[in-house]
Design a protein around this ligand. Sequence first.
Ligand code: ATP
Ligand code: MG
Length: 419
Amino acid sequence: MSQLQPVRGTHDLLNDVMRKHRHIINRCLLLCERYGFNEIKTPIFEFSDVFLRTLGETSDIVSKEMYTFLDKGGDSISLRPEGTAGVVRAFISEGLTHQLPLKLFYEGPMFRYERPQKGRYRQFYQIGVELLGVENPDADVEVISLAELLLKELGVLSRVQLEINSIGDKASRDTFRKELVNYYKKHEKSLSEESLRRLLINPMRILDSKDRADIAINQNAPQLEHFLNPLSKEKFTHIQKALDDLKINYKINPRLVRGLDYYCHLVFEFRTTELGSQDAVLSGGRYDGLSEIMGGAQTPAVGWAAGVERLSLLIPTELPTKRPISLIPLGDAAEGVCRELAHQLRSQGFAIDMAHSGNMSNRMKKATKQNAVAAIIIGDNELQSGDYTLKILDTGAQLKVKKADLAKRLNASFSHYIS
Ligand code: ATP
Ligand code: MG
């Protein structure tokens, strides 16, 4: 039945992929606690307006990637394509304005109708942080340092490069945009089709183009840097100095603009060269105007989001699973004893794998395959003597342990396997 497949661009998470996914989220959550961020969970769908108003009609997301539908009550609903708009909606509708500064962490699925490829899916997962209520660029540095530490702890920092830029305030950008349009108009004949479309609706995105002809034209395009006002420049210098102090490596990329309308001042991205055009691993920036656009009070804010799948693809090795202790009952009488023993040991925190069937050699093979630390073998002899056989699988050593001493013995040898 051809229908019995996941929808294009969606996937099931299993085994090692699932373990990496969970590991990334757990690591991020732990790190966020160290930085004083609290978890928030917003719904995966919102009124479409939440995204339409904030992301900008000309953004790729709104113009072509949103999953939007009318629900049975006739409301226009969209599956969330990103996390920030929902968090800011919650900030306003939950009346959190009096709790500033707010430091929030989220994780969960996002939905975009895109052309699926490695590292690009229609349902994908993000982790992200938002820091609301702090205008000082120290907040920008704090969220970048959190991102850097996360990437370090995940073992992927050496595979990414942090790029930063300042896109200034709206007034600077408006002047810059006019200059840019004038420049591109002079090169209209050589621009790619996509860039010609962008020239009409969102010319700054041309700077971001991956088309070879566009890249050549961009070499001599006006630079936003020359249009920044003194305040923007000062903020950007402050951030660079603080990153230097923290020994966080970065590169200034004057053509980094980001796709969403709500960014201002700092934008940044940790990029990789290992995932083709899916080079953005963790992206963020400042969005001081977003709350106001949504009808809330003006609230400075900065944050980032990272794609869990892209991070996962960069983690090179398989993650170890928890090493169990294998219980091997031989014979009917031993089955019942092992069942009780498994229950007792699991309630003490041990991971127990019950090797129910197969001959002794197959059960031992299974224990090795599960990467068990030890096997406890209980047959008629063991039942009669009350001495259980304990085999340490890493060394092959085999010893007898009295039934009454078993838990103590396991605790002494394997306490680091207890959760
Ligand atoms: P791209 O340029 O690759 O389309 P983007 O600029 O649209 O990325 P953001 O909207 O900033 O990405 O989303 C933040 C992060 O989410 C990205 O850095 C990336 O890791 C991840 N991401 C975005 N879109 C997808 C997708 N379709 N599938 C998987 N991960 C994604
Ligand atoms: Mg995109």
